[in-house]
Design a protein around this ligand. Sequence first.
Ligand code: GDP
Length: 297
Amino acid sequence: MFDSLSDRLGGVFDKLRGRGALKEQDVLDAMREVRIALLEADVALPVVRRFIDQVTERAVGETVLRSVTPGQQVVKIVNDALIETLGGEDTPGLDLNAAPPIVIMMVGLQGSGKTTSTAKIAKLLKEKQGKKVMMASLDVNRPAAQEQLRVLGEQVSVATLPIIAGQQPTEIATRAMQAARLQAVDVLMLDTAGRLHVDQQLMDEMKAVAAISTPRETLLVVDSLTGQDAVNVAQSFAGQVDLTGVVLTRMDGDARGGAALSMRAVTGKPIKFAGTGEKMEALEVFHPSRVANRILG
Ligand code: GDP
C-alpha cells in the first residue's frame, strides 16, 4: 500500500533531514519534488496545489528554518497536511445511533468490491460490536449476485434474506425491512445492484430503495486502483444520493494512493473503510493518521 509514493517522499525527506540547517530555497526545492511525487501518485491537481501551498506556507516560516531540526519539522508539517487531506483526525466511523433495524446501503459500480465489502463490514459489526446483522442482495441484474452474497453470508455466519426469484429491488428491500423487524436485527445491510457505468436507471433504483429503507449510512464502494476515476465516480454518486462515506477497496494493490488522497478533498465524503485483500478479514477502519504514518514510513 502506497509503496511507490512512500519511497519517493522518503527520498525527499532523507535529503532534508540530512542537511541540518535549511534555507527557504531548500524547502522550495523539496516541495517541487513532493509535488511531482503526488502527481505521479495520481492525486487530483487541485488537491496537490492546495497541499503544496499549505505545506510551503507553514514550512518556510522563521521558526521552522531556525529550529535545531528543521528537516524534522518539515516532515511533521507534511504529516499534518497529509492527515488533513485524508479527512482529519476525527474522521467519523459508522453512525449506528438510531432505532433498529439500522440500514446500511451499499452502492457502487459492478466489480468495485461491493458484495465483498458488504460481507466484510457485516462480519466486523457482528464480531467487533456484537450486532445482530442481516444482509440482503438487491442485485437482480448480475446473475448469481444474490447467490454470491448468500455464500459469503455463510462464510461469515451472518444471515441473508432468503432469495425469491423474480422480485424487483424495491420488493426485496421491503421484504428485507419486514424480516429485519420481525427478527429483531440491529443492522440490515442492503447490497444494491452495480452497473458497469453510472447511469440513470441505477441512480433511480438506489433512490427508490433509499426511500423504502431510510438508510442511516449510504456507503459508496470504489476501487482505489482506478485512481482519479474512483474520485469521479464518487462525485457522480454524491450528486445523486446522500452518501455518508466511502469504502476504498484493493488498497492492498495500490502503490500510488491517488484515490485515497483525493477522495475527501474532492468529494467532501470521508473514507470510512479500506479493503486490503480478498479475505473476509481484509478490511480496515480508515484512520487518516495511521495512513499518513504509513505513507511517510
Ligand atoms: P461487486 O461486483 O462490486 O460486488 O464486486 P465483488 O465484491 O464481487 O468483488 C470483485 C472481486 O474483487 C472479487 O474477486 C473480490 O474478491 C475482489 N476484491 C474485493 N475487495 C478487494 C480488496 O480490498 N482487495 C483485493 N485484492 N480484492 C478485492
